[in-house]
Design a protein around this ligand. Structure first.
Ligand SMILES: O=C(O)C(=O)c1ccccc1S
Ligand SMILES: [Mn+2]
Length: 257
């Protein structure tokens, strides 16, 4: 039996489960809110072209208005100034679109502190149990934050001092970019950087270092609790927007039961 035949058989027998990691995309999907004077992306909106009416008696269709960085989306290296000469979303290599995925569970730490920062020591402690993060793998940070996805205020979790959401420290971002070779870094929150990362050095270090290194970002993921710490395969499906810095993406994982 060929490998793909075996996969099809496994999918049919539920030995391999397809887990959708994508948040539903609607006009109420929370989007990043950068402070003035910075511009912000738009949320999704649907504009009716026709709906079984005079404009289209037998068909319904819409125009969609969205940012590249709206909802569950991919960040390409070209999104950040440090990766400005890097890959745009239309040329992401297939080896990053379908790749091994590992999950680091920090839900307990985040439940105690929404400003929790992933440090290199958290990754090396995980590696002591699960082995080194494989070269070319996606590393997903499981924070439990997807439970907030239906409440924009809770999801963005901002007060007068700014947003309070977890993410990597500047040192963790630098370390992941220099000491490991990951396809990308994925999160449940609105962006791959922590809410306070605008005040880090360098600002937004996950973007700064990981996109500089040619890694990608994935945001606003959910259902990470259905993934094993290792052994699953991630499939990332961005739109191939020519020259795009990112794209809303359908993301799912193949999980052996
Ligand atoms: O790439 C994003 O969606 C994102 O999170 C972001 C975009 C622009 C500026 C800062 C950030 S933090
Ligand atoms: Mn983004």
């Amino acid at each position: 039996m060929s490998v793909l035949s075996a996969l099809v058989a496994a999918l049919g027998s539920a030995d391999v489960e397809v887990v959708d990691l994508t948040a539903p995309l609607s006009p109420s999907t929370p989007v990043l809110q950068l402070p003035p004077p910075f511009a912000n992306t738009i949320p999704l909106s649907l504009e009716t072209v026709s709906a079984f009416d005079d404009a289209g008696p037998a068909w319904r269709w819409n125009n969609i208005h969205t940012g590249e960085h709206t909802g569950t989306h991919l960040d390409a290296p070209a999104h950040w100034i440090t990766g400005r000469d890097g890959e745009t979303v239309d040329v992401i290599p297939p080896s990053k679109l379908v790749a091994p995925v590992v999950v680091i569970d920090v839900r307990a730490q985040v439940a105690a502190n929404p400003d929790f920062l992933l440090e290199p020591e958290h990754v090396t402690a995980w590696e002591a149990h699960h082995g080194r993060v494989p070269d070319g793998a996606w590393l997903l940070l499981q924070t439990g934050w997807s439970a907030r996805q239906d409440d924009a205020a809770a999801f963005l979790n901002a007060d007068q001092n700014g947003p309070h959401t977890p993410g990597p420290s500047a040192e963790a971002a630098r370390w992941l970019a220099s000491e490991r070779t990951i396809a990308g870094f994925g999160v449940e929150t609105v962006g791959i950087d922590a809410g306070a990362a605008g005040g880090f050095e360098p600002p937004f270090p996950a973007h700064h270092y990981l996109l500089e290194a040619g890694s990608y970002g994935l945001t606003q993921l959910r259902n990470l609790e259905r993934l094993p710490a290792t052994g699953a395969v991630l499939v990332v499906s961005p739109l191939p927007i020519v020259g795009g810095t990112g794209s809303p993406s359908r993301v799912f994982a193949l999980v052996e039961k």
